[in-house]
Write a protein that binds this ligand. Sequence first.
Ligand SMILES: C[S@@+](CC[C@H](N)C(=O)[O-])C[C@H]1O[C@@H](n2cnc3c(N)ncnc32)[C@H](O)[C@@H]1O
Length: 439
Amino acid sequence: MVVNSRYIALKICLTVIEQGRSLSQALAEGLAQFDDRRERAFAQNLVFGTLRWQERLEAIRSHLLKKPLKAKDEDVNQLILLGLYQILYMDTPEHAAVSETVNLTKSLKKPWARGLINGVLRSFLREKDAICAEVDKKPAYRFAHPQWFTKAMRKAYPEHWEQILAANNEPAPLTLRVNPRVQTREAFLASLADNEIDASAHPKAPFGVVLTQSQDVTHLPSYDDGGFSVQDAAAQQAGTLLAPQAGEHILDACAAPGGKTTHLLELSDDQANVFALEKEPERMERLSENLFRLDLHADLDVGDAAQPDDWWNGAAFDKILLDAPCSATGIIRRHPDIKWHRTPEDIDALVTTQAAILKALWPLLKPGGRLLYATCSVLPDENRNQMSAFLQATDDAREIPIEADWGLTIEGAPGRQILPGLDGMDGFYYCLIEKISSE
Ligand SMILES: C[S@@+](CC[C@H](N)C(=O)[O-])C[C@H]1O[C@@H](n2cnc3c(N)ncnc32)[C@H](O)[C@@H]1O
């Protein structure tokens, strides 16, 4: 089937921007229409790029077209952004970027937009440098992030905010986690080399392997034998920090799709007694499939971590992993749609949920037991402020400082923060706390 990659890219962007659907879902449906790998990759680049740079492209568009288009013509607006993205960021020759974009007005059945888009893109080619210089004066446009988030990063990380915003606009590496029950990292690297696949050991994650080129992992050696999983190096730190031991009773409170559950089990040679809880039944299905593929075993339950009365049998846990629901602002480079889908109000609601889950789970931990709080967020309210408040309000909780050669600590604040892009990792936060034993 011959499909127009620019048209499919436009449709995917519209699904995300207009309908508020997640990029992962929209991509999965949109890209399924391609037989040709190169066309598919081109469409994917176009979608990621246009969504990543949306805030900057919009600012440029509003310079060129003072009167905004009507809401019903958002497709024409997105088409202009797609054209601007190709001119600014892709190697497409400028004349092709303009003509191919203009031609799509036919597919949209909006022939009136042909002249308009042609005029806008050609004006941009003439005044590119001046317009970009003007737009880029504002950091939110220069780095293409929402105003509120740009402000929050400047405040939280006065020395790193530009680095964070820049890293959010870079493609993320494909990082794998070797399953030590099946093979060593060295053996896996050797088998990748035998298959002429470029890869290297991650410097900060003992089981991490970074592939130089993104690819379908189901075709890699040892996939069918459960030899590895896909997991960013930042997320791989959870298993090492919780250090699961055979026979320990461990709660993984927000578990699906099981990236960390499976790591806890691999590290204990499937001997830890893991209870994995998840609120969403469909996501629990994915956890089940992952356990099956890796031949690992855990007790599973669908339930709300903030309501232990509904699922807890009264046996206290040695360790708890709370990989809390969060804004996912640490993984914007993988999911650029987070920039549009998250609002400051969402963050307030998430902070309340995280606090409620923490409070509800604390009594389930044995004296002397440890709880690891984790988020893939870079917002202090979900991270260091959340844990400061919990530690202050909880007499029998104390922090175990994380000594590590990754991430950074903030003076006077609990936990360790990984900033996106640092050592190639996703943005993540960890805080390890212990229940003080009265004996
Ligand atoms: C950050 S994700 C967990 C990722 C997972 N730990 C992993 O490593 O693959 C958070 C998960 O918590 C689930 N969740 C959200 N609120 C919850 C709640 N109140 N109780 C239990 N699970 C919840 C979400 O559905 C989501 O699957």
